[in-house]
Each structure stands twice: as structure tokens, then as C-alpha cells.
Design a protein around this ligand. Sequence first.
Ligand code: SF4
Length: 365
Amino acid sequence: MAGIYISWPFCAQKCTYCNFASGVQPKELEDQYIPALQAEYAAHRWQWTPETLYLGGGTPSALEPERIPQLLSGLPGRPWREATLEAAPGSLNPEKLAAWVAGGINRASLGVQSFNKAELARTGRKHDAETVRRDVSLLRDFGIGNINLDLISGLPGQTEQSWRVSVEAVIALEVPHVSVYMLEVDDDSRLGAEIILGGKRYGAFDVPGDDEIAGFYEYAVEELARHGIARYEISNFARPGMESLHNLKYWKREPYVGFGSDAHSFDGTMRWQNVETARKYVDKWRKSEPIRAETSRPNPVEEKFFVGLRLAEGVEPDNQDWERFGPAFERFLAGGVMERDGSRLRLTARGMMISNEIFEEFLVA
Ligand code: SF4
């Protein structure tokens, strides 16, 4: 079964660690972006009926309620089994929630990142712990109980103590899904530039070390599991049966189509990606030029391990995989970063923390 991704690359502020092609952009660009999106929907030839939808960003929760129907009309598959909207804490209100529910949204993902006000302030976020509690309660009042909360381990100034408070606060809210990302500072972000060039504005001097960040992550894995929220993917944790149906498609190599700037698509064989910025996307639409920037045919063997090993269930290598990668499997098994589960292989907790190094072994020349 397939999914739809819609990119809404507009934000109220640019977070210091973020290097996505999204951020604060002119209002007039937003006005042009919606008809460009609708044109892309209309031009798409649907080969299947989508069962999931993900409206991501950027900050789609900042959209005025009357724009939600414009954004979601013209898409097949209603009622979607799972339709998620990415939300910034503090940007929700009853009018918007009513529009989301009317539009078919039945899941929300809140970019909480931390429950510590000082950590949040340094990232450029304006909410606090109370904002998150209010938003979760409002979502539930409107029947959206399928809620994900995002946390980031490794924010500037984060300590073992403050991290524990954030993890406990997430657990106390009894949501069914949690994502925990280890901070990776990209040179292109403002925080990344400060790390390279020096300065005190964004707290670059106060970013925890790699071992400390890994320790925070391990603590979250154990503590969430103790409360019935198990890791099913490197960064994703859920109560039984509450895994994200849409995101699972990425890791199970099921088809999805992405609309909007920087959106990615996969039809089971080919992958393609739209132009990166909203400005380019709108310009291409106006000039009736192709909005696809890149198309590639990925190697299915590489991808089987690249994406499959992200999942806690791991992958099932066939005879050819054993012939090709046998020595690497044996080395990872002996090193304690991989383990067997019957005929399946999966990463251990330690393996998940160095997953990028492991994945490199599965590059097919
Ligand atoms: S982290 Fe999210 S909200 Fe912040 S600038 Fe990036 S896309 Fe926007």
C-alpha cells in the first residue's frame, strides 16, 4: 500500500540546528505555493490508492485553517488510514483543529524537542512544557489521540538531568508514539557555522559530546521501553500497534509520492526528488518547467540493508546476500553490533548508534 507526502516548507522561525530547505519566507510565496501544489496533484497519474498521508515541513500547523481544504483537496484515498500533520507546539487552536479533522487528519506529530525552556530558547523555539501539555490535551479534545512527540538528544546546554526531565515528561503525557533524534549538527545550520567559526549566540560551546549524546539516547531507549514504548526503528518508538504506518513505508520500501519542494518519491523501482526550495518550485511551475530535480534507480540490494537494518525487526538475508556480505555479517555479529533472530539479522542497541558506519559495508560498487 502506498502513501502521500506533502511538503509545506514555511516556518515561523528558523531553528538554529536546522538545515532543511525550509524557514521564514515571504507570505506572497506561500500564496503561490498552494496553486503550484495543486497543479502537481492534478498532473500526477495515480497508479494506486494511497492509504496514508503525511503533511510535513516546515510548519504546516502554522497554516490558516481555511487553507487546509485547499491543500488536501484533489488527493485520493479518503478516509486515509493514517493522515499525519506535523505541528509546532504553540501553533494549535480549536479553529485549526476543526479544519484538520474535517480535512481527514487523524494523527499529529509535535516538534517538542525538549521540555527545558533554556534549551528550547537556544534553538529558537518559543514554546515551553506547559504549551506542549495544552496542545496534547487540545488534540485529544478533537479526537486526535494518535500523537507523536519528537525529542532531540544533544541540544546545547542539555545535561543528564535535563534530558531525564524531558524523557519523563513525554512518558507522563502517555502518548502512543515518540521519536528521539540524536543531534547531528550540519555545517550549513547557524549552530554548525558557530561551531566552525566560534561565537556564543547559539550555544555551540555547550553542545554535549558524542558519548554523552549516545548516553542520553540509551537512557531514552531503556526508559521508554520500561513504559511500554518500544523502539521499532532507530529513532522511532511506539506502543504496540501504534507504529507510524506512513513512515514504515520508507523503511519497507513501499511506494509513496511526494508533492512540493524538496519532496521525495519512490514507486518501488525509481526514486525522484523535486527542486529544493519553495522559490524554485513556484518559479518552475510558473514557467511550466519540470519540478523534478533528480531521478535515480537505487540498487535494491544496497537499500535492503540501508533501510531494512534501521528497523528493530532487521532483515532476512538470502543466499546471495550471505555470499556477498558474509564476512561483514560475521564481523558485525562477533563485534556485538548485530544479532541473529532465526534467519533474520538485526542491529543491537550498540549497532543502532553506529548505524551509518555499518551501512557503508553494504554499498554495492
Ligand atoms: S526545525 Fe522544523 S520548525 Fe525549525 S526551521 Fe527547521 S523545519 Fe522549520
